[in-house]
Design a protein around this ligand. Structure first.
Ligand SMILES: Nc1ncnc2c1ncn2[C@@H]1O[C@H](COP(=O)(O)OP(=O)(O)OP(=O)(O)O)[C@@H](O)[C@H]1O
Length: 237
């Protein structure tokens, strides 16, 4: 087995109603890293995450350490997280833990991981959008999954909320044995939290870059990639 990769996509394709949503995607996501998924609207970022979660039929392989990945290995936040508004943060997570057959004791660990331990007994309806988003991340972290898929976790957040999610991605969510894949349209924000950026276009992973020097360099690279047919791994900017 090669090095220390964890999730390996091998020629993953998905077609719905004659339209190709994913087109022969192959990529290795390594442990201990945060990957930023970038691409225009409709590029296939969410579809890719749903496919990894096994929520869609697909051809090709999604492997975890060389064997078929199981849904239980993933924690995910796809689009806006939905909660029971009249239940507390803790009660919401306990319900979810029961559903996923995750130990109840993990609920406080997950809330602690996102800095919401002190708000465990706050009703969701009383929480700010930023707190709810962090609660969504806590739900994704229940059971300490090896893979975290976060689809636009800063969507709709104010600068303070964005800062909170950024701090999580740079700090407490990171683990040497965990791989995090996060999508966003906020280029500088994504660059600030990612170890590697992966560019998606028309259902294909067209490029990846290991690091970016500045926000303007990233914007330039984004423009270059999405206004050309560039494919392959880019050098550091
Ligand atoms: N269930 C579905 N049936 C048919 N087409 C779908 C389905 N889900 C998504 N699509 C299409 O797949 C393409 C990719 O959508 P997807 O939501 O994955 O893109 P995205 O990169 O996440 O976009 P955004 O940045 O706007 O969230 C779009 O053309 C979308 O219309």
């Amino acid at each position: 087995m090669k090095g220390h990769w964890m999730i390996s996509l091998k020629n993953v394709s998905l077609e719905v109603g004659g339209k190709s949503l994913l087109d022969g995607v192959s990529f290795d996501f390594e442990d201990g890293k945060v990957y930023g998924l970038l691409g225009p609207n409709g590029a296939g970022k969410t579809t890719l995450m749903k496919t990894m979660l096994g929520l869609t039929a697909y051809s090709g392989e999604v492997l975890s350490d060389g064997r078929r990945a199981e849904n239980e290995e993933f924690g995910s936040l796809i689009e806006y997280p939905a909660f029971y508004p009249r239940l507390t943060a803790r009660e919401n997570l306990e319900l979810y833990a029961r559903y996923r057959k995750i130990h109840r004791a993990d609920v406080m660990t997950a809330l602690d991981e996102v800095g919401l331990a002190d708000s465990a007994d706050v009703l969701v309806t009383k929480m700010s959008l930023g707190m709810r988003q962090r609660l969504g991340v806590a739900r994704a972290c229940l059971g300490s999954p090896r893979y975290l898929l976060l689809d636009e976790p800063t969507n709709g957040l104010d600068p303070l909320g964005i800062k909170e999610v950024r701090a999580l991605l740079r700090g407490s969510l990171r683990h040497p044995k965990r791989c995090i894949i996060v999508s966003s349209h906020n280029l500088p924000e994504l660059a600030a939290v990612s170890d590697e950026l992966v560019f998606v276009r028309n259902g294909r992973l067209v490029s990846s870059t290991l690091c970016i020097g500045s926000a303007s360099a990233l914007e330039g690279l984004y423009e270059e990639i999405f206004s050309s047919n560039t494919e392959g791994r880019q050098p550091c900017a």
